[in-house]
Design a protein around this ligand. Structure first.
Ligand SMILES: Cc1ncc(COP(=O)(O)O)c(C=O)c1O
Length: 413
């Protein structure tokens, strides 16, 4: 693909240079149509049985984006009181929020209990805590299925080497604790990892969790977790996650389970990245170029404070270059290393990347930044965090989070 921006009409006819001048750089820009299409696609991944996609708020906590997820029929899952509060503020009713707790204190668990929010316990110790706080309650447990999948060791959330979930061998202890506190185990959940492009490992994990589910009686729900990927190498024509194929292949697994189990629980997925990744980009400005020891460096204002994924996970983000408002054709390409403006040698957005030759004043458009972008941004080097703007379906532009100011930083002292 020559240009994702052009092909998707990402800016809805607005000139990106005008956007950059009006809202400043760096700026997160979202496209409502793309967000909605992604959310709709995963929200209808299973149609034969009761099913909902729970948008995993951790991927993008902007309240305006949560409202879009709600309007597309998603539930949501939250990892903290902060995320629960965001969901509540966006309008999610308590019974459509799932608290996937990990090593939380009694106060955090009590908050969920007080709001009647279904909570998943990640360990036997957390289940004990839940039992002491809410005897007789309904609760879920997170299973560590013993398998993981994903793009980087740091995003594997299932399998023998991760901190998450309760191993299958401890299921008898779950029942003992449940009995002790008169708890109903209403649901089980899992999460095997992130950025899964091939349905097979996810489907294997579904089969495995359904096998484990047979050990639990009267489950109200089974949550298979998120992890669905989007192509981060779009410009090299990486194919999309084959959702249609996935839909067809998951159904027989559910058919077989329902027949054995004798009742039909609610099924959930927990997609984060899939819902928001390619509905968001970052516009940044090139401020300097230079040569050092045979390398060409392009210095921009998209540092690791704005997008940490490349520094943290060595993640790839496609980059398009915009000059005077137009996407620069990918023909006169040279090897360049694109960096940010943070005082860290690891502050590199793209190592030795073949890109159109850049110059000061150009804009870069960093693709697929809608997931784990702003929500992982920081104020490192005392740089206020960027604004977020939404290009709405009707073409209007809405500021959905204002740019932070230095005054905001002072305000905490
Ligand atoms: C428990 C849980 N649910 C959902 C997600 C969302 O994952 P993804 O963004 O890959 O869909 C994560 C991410 O790690 C997670 O830990």
């Amino acid at each position: 693909m020559q240009s994702f921006i052009t092909q998707s009409n990402f800016f809805h006819g607005h000139n990106p240079e005008e956007i950059a001048k009006t809202y400043g750089t760096p700026v997160y820009v979202y496209n409502e149509d793309i967000l909605r299409a992604r959310m709709r696609s995963i929200a209808t991944a299973i149609t034969k049985y009761p099913y909902r996609a729970s948008f995993s708020i951790k991927a993008n906590t902007n309240i305006h984006i949560l409202k879009i997820a709600l309007s597309e029929g998603c539930n949501c899952d939250a990892m903290s009181i902060g995320e629960i509060q965001m969901a509540l503020r966006a309008g999610f009713p308590c019974d459509r929020i799932f608290f996937v707790a990990n090593n939380v204190g009694a106060d955090e668990m009590q908050f969920a209990i007080d709001h009647n929010i279904m909570t998943s316990c990640d360990s036997l110790a957390q289940l004990e805590l839940y039992g002491t706080l809410n005897p007789g309650g309904r609760v879920a447990v997170r299973i560590n299925p013993g398998i993981g999948a994903g793009h980087h060791e740091k995003v594997l959330t299932g399998g023998k080497k991760t901190k998450f979930g309760i191993s299958e061998e401890f299921i008898p202890r779950i029942f003992e604790i449940a009995k002790k506190y008169n708890l109903t185990i209403a649901g089980i959940n899992q999460q095997i990892g992130s950025l899964i492009m091939d349905p097979q490992p996810y489907l294997d994990a579904v089969s495995n969790l359904l096998r484990i589910a047979l050990q639990f009686k009267n489950l109200e729900f089974i949550d298979f977790g998120g992890g669905f990927g989007v192509p981060y190498h779009k410009l090299d024509d990486e194919p999309d996650f084959p959702m249609q194929d996935f839909r067809q292949r998951i159904e027989p697994l559910l058919d077989a389970f329902v027949e054995k189990y004798g009742s039909v629980p609610m099924f959930y997925s927990e997609p984060g990245r899939f819902c928001v990744a390619d509905g968001g980009v970052i516009l940044g400005r090139v401020h300097a170029t230079k040569h050092n020891a045979g390398k060409t460096y392009v210095g921009t204002d998209v540092g690791m404070n704005v997008l940490v994924r490349p520094s943290m996970y060595d993640s790839w983000h496609d980059i398009e270059v915009i000059r005077h408002g137009d996407v620069v054709a990918r023909d006169n390409m040279v090897l360049q290393t694109v960096t940010g403006n943070i005082c860290e040698s690891g502050d590199i957005l793209a190592h030795d990347r073949i890109l159109p030759k850049m110059q000061s004043g150009d804009l870069i458009c960093v693709l697929d930044a809608g997931a784990y972008g702003w929500c992982m941004a920081s104020t490192y080097n005392s740089r206020p965090r960027p604004a977020e703007i939404l290009i709405c379906t009707d073409g209007t532009i809405k500021v959905i989070r204002r740019r932070e100011t230095i005054e905001d930083l002072f305000g905490l002292f």
